[in-house]
Structure formats: structure tokens, C-alpha cells
Design a protein around this ligand. Structure first.
Ligand code: PLP
Length: 496
């Protein structure tokens, strides 16, 4: 299996190269040149395995340049009960008849980003070794809140790496900020920028693709890589939990062999839902992929009209990890839906950069409609949904997951579709205690950790130990910089 760049189909690299590099030199993203297949019998067989065995089977199809022992080393190191508070790694909870919550937040930082960022440091260090490079890998991360902490926790004190995280100064929750600014480890750095997530992401992308910076780094014995979902090493692990959850529901008799399901994903950068798309095209029977957005509904409009237009107001919402107007992974989807037409991708993403807008071709629009349904909701609707499912089903969900539940309910009402459905539950409600408590009608005039105790009393959910421990930790990182100072900041921190 080789990987191509979405902006130049003649670039062809191994998975180790794609993961080590993060992004192609032409600014494109790496995609597998074909989608490996998973037969119905194979899917059934996976149902009898545990999460680690399923992960090994799926990785073997994508990382064909890795040995079985290398894959086992990565998987066993990442997915264990030292890091996850559940031996099933991803839990499935029943919300109501035929609707399953795929809880992806049982890892060390309590958001779904752990599913990929616990294993990415293993994949990356093995990849670099396979390429016979002795360069130190410098990970740059732009975060809307959850990726940053998950990446810091994954890369903390990993030999041969260092990591630097940029987050929007007013764009993350109190708990997310506390998680990042108290981060421990000798190879980590965290810095706030005056701007939003898109500014942080653009800044990081610009540093990555700057040839002068790359040369300076190389002279100093270092190389950049990415822990954002532009890195294939982030996406591949996310495909696994969709396959795993389908196989598990099959083994439990919740669904029948070959039965189609819907997958609903609360979306920002389009990474998590794209992983669902890959799972579908590998062979998981999927009816619709339902893309759920908050008030930053650029993807809803895109899927419904084929016009991507980021020229609109940016909203700061109670689901901050989805406050994004430039969804990077859409580039991978459009490359696939246009049958690998790199010229079209260059044209569209060139227009996105220069005019903030592009319109896809009619056949791509049609394929988008066949695969996806999309909707969005406001903060008020998100809160009403948290309250409703808390009252009706005694299930406490976070603000991002609630967006998905609301969009799914709207979809069901509009279409009458009764297909069984998996909803990606992307964060622990404890990461957004104030919003969740206020949604269920509790007073929130208290400190963050008093709110945590209050939420524990209201929800009956155990407080994740990693969040409780933050209470007594000191702030280590307080820098706030302008968005155009990021490159200088990186070079200064690296001492070059
Ligand atoms: C990152 C994140 C999302 C959005 O995921 P994408 O892969 O960017 O679409 C949704 N919910 C939570 C809690 C997140 O942290």
C-alpha cells in the first residue's frame, strides 16, 4: 500500500514516510492509493476479538510496510488499561432503541482524540526509525482544545521527539485550558495565540510548508511532523473504532450480518467523519454518514449545496472543539470523490486560500448527497438536547455529542429513516462541566472543580482521575502571542 498526495498524484510514499512527514511538500494530504477491503466474514470474525486484535488486523491492511511485530508493539503500547479506564477501549452505551452511543472518551484526556493520539507517538517513532533517520521530530499542533492535550499526553517524554501546542486564547473551555497549561514533561511547550483555531491551524501549516524553516531545522538535526488530523497516522486509528463497534454490535446480536447502520459524527475538521467514510468503503455496511455541526455550519451548507464558503462570521460556541471554518480533511474526501483528480483539488483549495470559497463539480455534489446527510444546531438547541436526554434516558452527554444527537433527531424526523444508528460520543461531559450543568438547570456560579463535584452528583458518572488530579497542579505555560509571531516563537523555542 502506497500513499499519494491529494495535490500531486505522482507523489507516492510508504505509510512510514506519510506518517513521519505529516503533510506532503506540495501542501496536499496523504491518502492511501486504494481502500483495502474487509469482507462480511472477516467483519464477523473481528466481533470475536478484543480491541487490540481488531486494531492489529486493520492496521495490517494500511501499514503494509510495518512488520507484524511493529504493529503489535504500537497497538499493545497504546491501547491498554494503564491509559484507558475501560478494557474495551471504546465503550458502547444504549441511548434508546436502535441508537448506540460510541463513547470514545475513556482515554487519559477524556476526549476521542486519545483514540489516535495514544498510538500516534508509537507509529511516528517506528516510522522515523524505518526511514533510518536520526532526526529529532518536532511536533507542531494547532488545537481547538482537545487535540492539544491529547497530543501532549501522547508525546510527553517520548525520546527523540518534542512537541509544541498552539491554542486560541479565548477558544477553549476552562478545563481544556487547565489541562494544557499544567502539562508535565521535559519535551513539551504550550502557547496561546490571539486568534481563533483557523488562525492557529493556518499558522502551523505555513510553518510546515516553509522551505527555509525546513532547511534551518534540518541543519539543526530536526524535522517537523504533525499530530493534527492532516497526518494519516491520526486518521488510520480512527477508522478502527467504527469497524470495531460494528463488529461488536454484530457479535452481541444487536445487528445482523450485512445490516446497514447510520453513523452520526459531531464534526469540525472533518477527520472523525472521514474515518467513518473509510470504514464504510472498506466494507462496513453503512447507510448514511450524518455530519453534525454547531453554529459554524460551513459543512452543513457545503454538503447541501456543493459550495464551500468560509466567508462568514466565526462563532464561539459551547462546543469549542467544533468551532472551525476550514475543515482540512475535506480535501481527502474530495480527492476520493473526484476519483483522484489532483488538478481539481489544486484548483478548489487554491480558491479556498485566495477567495475563501469554491464550488465542486456536479458529479461530486451528487456523490456527496449519496454518502452524507448534514445538519447543524445552535447552542440553545444543544443545551435543550442535553437536558432532554438527561431527563428521558438518564444519560449525561457533553456539548459536542449533544450536537450530534440533535442533528440525528432532526434527520430521523425529516426522513423517517429507522436504520440503527451509532452516534460518536466525543468527549466526557466533565470537560465542559459548566455548560452541561447549566443545560440541566443547575447553578454554575462556582469554581471549575466545584462544578466537577456538582456534575458528579447530578450525573452519577465517576470523575475521571486525570481531571480530578489537575486541581492541585501548577500552571507551567502562560505565554500568549500574536498569530503572526508563531514561526519566530517556534524557532526561538527550538534555539535556532
Ligand atoms: C475534535 C473534536 C470534534 C471534531 O472532530 P473532527 O475530527 O475535527 O471533526 C468533536 N468533538 C470533540 C469533543 C472534539 O474534541
Amino acid at each position: 500500500m502506497f500513499y499519494k498526495s491529494t495535490r500531486n498524484s505522482s507523489v507516492r510514499v510508504t505509510s512510514a514516510q506519510a506518517i513521519a512527514q505529516g503533510i506532503s511538500e506540495d501542501g496536499g494530504l496523504f491518502v492511501p492509493e486504494s481502500i483495502p477491503q474487509l469482507g462480511a466474514d472477516e467483519l464477523e470474525a473481528l466481533g470475536k476479538m478484543d480491541y487490540r486484535q481488531r486494531a492489529k488486523a486493520v492496521f495490517a491492511k494500511f501499514l503494509t510496510d510495518f512488520t507484524e511485530a511493529e504493529i503489535a508493539y504500537c497497538v499493545d503500547g497504546a491501547y491498554n488499561t494503564k491509559a484507558f479506564d475501560s478494557d474495551s477501549i471504546a465503550e458502547i452505551a444504549h441511548l434508546f432503541e436502535g441508537t448506540y452511543m460510541l463513547e470514545l472518551w475513556h482515554g487519559p484526556t477524556c476526549a476521542f482524540k486519545d483514540m489516535a493520539l495514544q498510538i500516534l507517538p508509537y507509529l511516528l517513532t517506528v516510522s522515523v526509525k524505518k526511514l533510518h533517520s536520526d532526526k529529532k521530530v518536532v511536533i507542531l499542533v494547532a488545537t481547538s482544545g482537545d487535540t492539544g492535550k491529547a497530543a501532549l499526553e501522547g508525546f510527553k517524554d517520548v525520546p527523540g521527539t518534542s512537541i509544541m501546542v498552539f491554542y486560541p486564547v479565548d477558544g477553549v473551555s476552562a478545563m481544556q485550558k487547565k489541562q494544557m497549561t499544567t502539562q508535565e514533561g521535559g519535551n513539551v511547550g504550550v502557547c496561546a495565540i490571539k486568534g481563533n483555531f483557523d488562525d492557529a491551524q493556518n499558522g502551523v501549516k505555513a510553518i510546515f510548508t516553509d522551505k527555509d524553516v525546513a532547511a534551518k531545522l534540518s541543519d539543526a538535526g530536526m524535522m517537523f511532523s504533525s499530530a493534527n488530523s492532516i497526518n494519516w497516522g491520526r486518521l488510520a486509528p480512527q477508522i478502527i473504532y467504527y469497524i470495531s463497534s460494528y463488529a461488536q454490535l454484530l457479535a452481541q446480536g444487536e445487528i445482523e450480518k450485512g445490516e446497514k447502520i447510520n453513523i452520526v459524527v459531531p464534526t469540525g475538521n472533518f477527520g472523525n467523519i472521514l474515518a467513518g467514510f473509510y470504514a464504510k468503503h472498506m466494507g462496513v455496511p453503512v447507510n448514511k454518514l450524518i455530519c453534525a455541526s454547531n453554529a459554524n455550519n460551513v459543512l452543513t451548507d457545503f454538503i447541501n449545496t456543493g459550495i464551500y464558503d468560509r466567508n462568514r462570521d466565526f462563532h464561539t460556541t459551547i462546543s469549542p472543539s467544533m468551532d472551525i471554518l476550514i475543515s482540512s480533511n475535506l480535501e481527502r474526501l474530495l480527492y476520493i470523490l473526484s476519483d483522484g483528480n489532483d488538478a481539481l483539488i489544486r484548483e478548489w483549495f487554491g480558491k479556498l486560500a485566495s477567495e475563501g470559497r469554491y464550488e465542486v463539480s456536479d458529479d461530486v455534489k451528487q456523490r456527496l448527497n449519496e454518502e452524507f446527510s448534514a445538519g447543524f444546531c445552535t447552542d440553545e438547541q444543544t443545551k435543550a438536547t442535553i437536558k432532554e436526554i438527561y431527563g428521558k434516558y438518564s444519560y449525561t452527554c457533553d456539548t459536542h455529542t449533544a450536537v450530534a444527537v440533535k442533528v440525528y433527531k432532526d434527520y430521523k424526523e425529516k426522513t423517517g429513516d429507522t436504520t440503527k444508528t451509532i452516534i460518536a460520543s466525543t468527549a466526557s461531559p466533565y470537560k465542559f462541566s459548566a455548560s452541561v450543568l447549566s443545560a440541566i438547570g443547575e447553578d454554575t456560579d462556582a469554581s471549575e472543580f466545584e462544578l466537577v463535584d456538582k456534575l458528579a452528583a447530578a450525573s452519577g458518572l465517576a470523575v475521571p482521575a486525570s481531571l480530578a488530579a489537575l486541581k492541585d497542579k501548577d500552571i507551567r505555560f502562560g505565554d500568549v502571542i500574536d498569530k503572526n509571531e508563531m514561526e519566530a516563537y517556534v524557532l526561538k523555542t527550538l534555539g535556532i
